[in-house]
Design a protein around this ligand. Sequence first.
Ligand SMILES: Cc1ncc(COP(=O)(O)O)c(C=O)c1O
Length: 389
Amino acid sequence: MFNPAKRMKQFHQSVFTNLNEQKEKYEKRTGKKTIDLSLGSPNISPDPKIIEALAKAIHKPENYKYAIKPLPKMIESIQNWYHDRYEIDLKKDEIALLQGSQEALVNLPLIYCDEGDGILVPDPYYPVYVDAPKMAGAKILYTPLKKENNYLVDFTKITKEERQKAKMMIVCYPNNPTGAIAPDWFYEQLIQFAKENDILIVHDNAYSELLFDGKKGKSFLSFEGAKEVGVEINSFSKTYGMAGARLGVLVGNKEVIKHYKILKSNMDYGIFLPIQYAGIAALNEGGSSIETTRQEYQERRNIMVKEFTKAGWPIQPSCATMFIWAQIPDQYEDCVQFAKELLNKTGIIVTPGLSFGEEGKRFVRLALVQDQKIICEAADRIKQSRFFK
Ligand SMILES: Cc1ncc(COP(=O)(O)O)c(C=O)c1O
């Protein structure tokens, strides 16, 4: 009776809902528990100081008001964070507070793209990079990330037509799903490319603190000229284990921030004050938990690489993020067939790479969201099932 609008034809049930259905079927059929390595939902608790700040703020009735303007202390803490961590001075009009960074990824195409305007998007991609252009009626222009190119965008492959059509470009390093990071020269090229072609850069830095082996993540804004051509999003979800609390930032070009705030003021009434207090505690007192979190993901990565390889599945370590981008063996037609058989034979759930774009056809994404003991159990199941023999 209620026919959805035409634009809804482009959207389907999310891959994670499908995987969850497969999980339930497997558990019902076998009576055994699955090991879920699909969704990147952090299972590392936030620092107790963050939880305390939230709990304290939640008991105060005055914190239940609309929060049209962010708390001054919240903005000041973001300025200090960017200054201390990245040596970047952010003015107040260069900062917008978000209900998670996903919010900006949805809204920016609505702000900058008319019907048919192009958005350069990496392939493989984090799913909202393609869902948001669809909502805005924009055209998606894929920039393939190839293993042989260390999963970096190859600017020479972007055609003249694509350059002319594109209004915006989304770039994400540390990268989900490949776990790749970008060297300085890449950012320099990116800024030059944006200037030459008048394209707005949106740099997704959601995994800025999850780099391994002693490497340190940078901000896109630390590179000369970046503020002239773009913005960066950052998130409290992975760094502080606050994914459900929904808090993120959009920082950089002040014109973009101004337009962003105009749209946002028509969409919501700001971020629940207790969550802002939790964010303030995270930025000012939660620093030590970042190192613990990074160490834990790094150990999980090391164990997964070692134990899965021993069990017959040689996977490569990622440089960053909470994911491993694993190639599937040659005998499988594609990642969907592989993931299905892996689930049926071992009870392990992975995300087929095709959920992140065509370039993911021969890959699956493994999320480091299980404790080390469970990762070892997964390796044991792979070995026992002789899956890779
Ligand atoms: C690359 C990337 N960007 C953005 C997000 C969104 O994060 P949030 O909205 O929780 O800040 C995620 C979440 O998984 C992500 O992987």
